[in-house]
Design a protein around this ligand. Structure first.
Ligand code: FES
Length: 170
């Protein structure tokens, strides 16, 4: 019987027909299982609707997360051009960068000191807010409303003389 008819041969039959050993066959099976488990991005049950640009995104150069924060933001590029306007904030990696309603730049940890959720800059009250349990922080990181009791970590932030580049450092 010729079992190599188009589409009728199973993978194991095909591999055995090549005269491969049992251990080699197991390697093929494992590889097939591993590759299936990898899936594709389309299989992600929890896709992030607001992906973090992180390092390497257009307009960001350097390290945006971890303990060695040190990056630059090119504010001539979208969406970072919004940071030229007072009252706007953006999360870049682990850092919340904002141009306050008063026009100064601030950089703080995006991680709420209460239970670690992400904070946001609010232009209406010129503060930093965690919507999870309602903690608020000043733009210099001080707790202004609990339940958080520990200030947000702050980073050094400078703007270039032409106003186009921010540098954020730990
Ligand atoms: S995690 Fe931010 S207030 Fe609770």
């Amino acid at each position: 019987m010729n079992s190599i008819e188009k589409g009728s041969m199973k993978r194991g039959e095909f591999l055995r027909s090549l005269g491969l050993s049992t251990s080699t066959l197991m390697a093929f099976y494992c590889l097939g299982t591993t590759m299936t488990a990898c899936g594709s991005k389309d299989d992600d049950p929890n896709p992030n609707p607001n992906p973090d640009p992180g390092t390497g995104g257009s307009g960001i150069t350097g390290t945006t997360s971890g303990t060695a924060i040190n990056f630059t933001v090119d504010m001539t590029k979208s969406p970072y051009d919004e940071l030229k306007t007072a009252g706007n904030g953006k999360v870049i990696g682990d850092v919340l960068v904002a141009k306050t309603s008063g026009g100064s730049y601030v950089a703080l940890s995006k991680i709420c000191t209460h239970e670690g959720n992400e904070v946001r800059y609010r232009s209406t009250s010129n503060d930093v807010f965690c919507q999870t349990h309602g903690s608020t922080f000043s733009t210099s990181g001080a707790v202004t409303n609990g339940p958080a009791t520990t200030p947000l970590k702050t980073y050094n932030i400078t703007v270039s003389s032409d106003g186009n580049t921010l540098t954020v450092k730990a």
